[in-house]
Write a protein that binds this ligand. Structure first.
Ligand code: NDP
Length: 251
């Protein structure tokens, strides 16, 4: 693919993310998984297998394209390869089987749309690093250091929150109000952490497809966090009123 077509594809993909973001927020559409799960969206599959299949394309497509691509790999490529693989190793094969929601299901519609989303983001980033990226000769720059701090800081918050929520479910059947940790500020620190993680990745990579992916992550996670936050208020009268949905003190 030419660089021109690649840039065009990224811009179209960003445009689709923005359309989806505004549609989800304006029409208040709740993705039917987890606490919002419903069988009105068609055939369902077990939750943990849903997660596995949804995330698998990103876990596989990015590394394959990077490794088989003809471009000479530099240290930055291997660094980005490591960050991506670390995240998707957890999300694809560890996280789904840690969940304590056995018996829960999610619609195949969600699984297929996520397969497309993850496949496309894996493709754009992998193809770029395998074929198109200019060779990096700058060494470790300030953006790499800041980006790595954001990536690992975000991953720490994301993983720590997921672990706390999973443990909360172990203590009590059903849902309860999470307290302490980053929950003091937001309802969904895991979504906040994941957003910071991919902004960090984009700062390290400093490339159009990585920015495209950060935009997509924002457009995907903010509406989900708003939905989760609204759900808490609908289901718990005593829910802390000062807590925001995803961005501390703001949103
Ligand atoms: P949730 O916070 O809704 O759920 C995480 C787990 O904790 C689920 O097993 C859930 O159970 C359980 N849980 C959540 N809240 C409570 C509670 N109050 N009491 C008891 N158990 C609870 O996260 P999501 O499912 O929305 O997301 C999971 C991960 O995937 C996050 O790390 C998120 O960042 C990431 N993600 C990334 C996306 C992206 O675009 N990059 C998109 C979506 C998610 P149950 O399933 O029964 O609700």
């Amino acid at each position: 693919m030419s660089l021109y077509n690649f840039i065009l594809l990224n811009l179209i993909w960003i445009g689709i993310a923005l359309i989806i973001f505004f549609s989800l927020v304006i029409f208040n559409i709740r993705a039917p998984y987890g606490r919002h799960s419903t069988d009105k969206w068609g055939k369902m599959i077990p939750n943990h297998w849903g997660w596995f299949w949804m995330e698998l394309p990103a876990f596989l497509i990015f590394p394959i394209l990077v490794l088989v691509g003809p471009r000479e790999k530099d240290w930055l490529t291997y660094l980005l390869f490591g960050l991506w693989t670390l995240h998707y190793l957890n999300r694809t094969v560890i996280f789904p089987f840690r969940l304590r929601t056995r018996g829960k299901k999610m619609p195949l519609t969600i699984v297929f749309s996520a397969i497309f989303f993850n496949g496309m983001n894996g493709f754009l980033n992998g193809y770029y690093l395998g074929h198109l990226a200019p060779e990096d000769q700058s060494g470790i720059t300030i953006n790499v250091i800041i980006g790595l701090a954001l990536f690992f800081g975000g991953m720490y918050i994301n993983y720590g929150t997921d672990s706390r929520l999973i443990a909360l479910r172990k203590k009590k059947a059903g849902y309860s109000i999470p307290r302490g940790w980053f929950f003091r500020w937001v309802s969904c620190p895991n979504h906040f952490g994941e957003l910071v993680e991919w902004i960090g990745f984009a700062v390290v990579a400093w490339s159009l497809p990585a920015i495209t992916f950060a935009v997509w992550t924002f457009c995907n996670l903010v509406p989900r966090a708003l939905n989760h936050h609204a759900w808490y208020h609908e289901n718990f009268e005593e829910y802390p009123s000062q807590r925001k949905a995803i961005i501390p003190w703001l949103w």
